[in-house]
Design a protein around this ligand. Structure first.
Ligand SMILES: *[C@@H]1O[C@H](CO)[C@@H](O)[C@H](O)[C@H]1NC(C)=O
Ligand SMILES: *[C@@H]1O[C@H](CO)[C@@H](O)[C@H](O)[C@H]1NC(C)=O
Ligand SMILES: *[C@@H]1O[C@H](CO)[C@@H](O)[C@H](O)[C@H]1NC(C)=O
Length: 241
């Protein structure tokens, strides 16, 4: 398996979590993003995000495979990040772009997990030399604790309408011009934030609540939710706007 041999934790990731329930121990023993797990509430769940060009996620130019599939040969052409959030909690992943700018490997990302019960998101545009999208919501959809689907929840640029610093790309992504970013001539920290949500049911058929919470919280800015990131992220954005 190409990826587990070369599992690289290259990206500095910050986890921030709002706990929605009493905390219990993590019973999930599957730590590879290419393994199959059945989870219950309060378990950790391992998934990966691969950054590469859009075309490199497709086999024979047409079939999108999991990044775990060695036929893609992604190990040599991508950056991989592995995360283990707790299911049913709202987590924000931040990918610090001061050392890694996603356009350097092709500018798209795919979230993935599993082998037999494999799920992968469609490739999402993150950055090219002109623009970077800094805010994403990724939904993990489970059924009886098995991952069924991973998808990007879009808001059609609602969160940046009226903000002159943002450009709406393809009616779906709020993007910042890269020349406003640090290390690119500007002074904005263009770190990428990925908010996670969990929908569906765990292995005991308990319903996950975090998706419900995310929908209710959508009206607020992603970054304002995470008070302990204020110093690193929010203040940057406050200064910018
Ligand atoms: C790639 O696609 C072409 C055209 O659809 C097909 O003829 C060929 O067999 C495919 N190759 C592989 C390795 O699947
Ligand atoms: C970057 O992506 C945007 C949105 O898809 C596109 O309009 C623009 O032409 C791209 N710029 C470059 C330099 O590839
Ligand atoms: C990213 O890393 C740089 C350099 O280590 C640091 O100054 C900056 O605060 C970090 N940004 C975030 C959002 O963590």
């Amino acid at each position: 398996m190409a990826i587990s041999r070369r599992l690289v934790f290259l990206l500095a990731a910050v986890f921030s979590t709002i706990s929605l329930g009493e905390s219990r121990s993590d019973t999930n023993k599957v730590f590879s993003p290419c393994g199959d797990a059945a989870v219950q509430r309060s378990d950790g769940f391992t998934f990966g995000i691969a950054f590469a060009s859009r075309s490199s996620f497709f086999f024979n130019t047409s079939v999108q495979l999991s990044p775990c599939d060695h036929r893609l040969g992604l190990a040599s052409s991508s950056q991989l990040a592995v995360f283990r959030p707790k299911v049913d909690e709202i987590s924000l992943l931040t990918i610090n772009t001061s050392n890694f700018f996603p356009d350097s490997v092709g500018g798209y990302m795919v979230a993935f997990a599993g082998r037999k019960y494999a799920a992968r998101s469609i490739p999402a545009f993150v950055a090219n030399s002109s623009f970077i999208v800094t805010s994403f919501t990724l939904v993990h959809e489970f059924k009886k604790g098995r991952l069924q689907n991973l998808y990007w929840k879009r808001d059609g640029c609602a969160s940046c309408s009226g903000q002159s610093s943002f450009v709406c790309l393809n009616n779906q992504d709020c993007a910042i011009r890269t020349n406003n970013c640090k290390n690119r001539g500007g002074n904005v920290d263009c770190s990428v934030g990925i908010q996670l949500a969990f929908s569906g049911t765990d292995k005991h058929e308990s319903v996950f609540n975090s998706w419900y919470e995310v929908q209710n919280l959508r009206q607020y800015s992603l970054f304002n939710l995470y008070s302990n990131l204020r110093d690193s992220l929010t203040s940057q954005y406050n200064r910018f706007f």
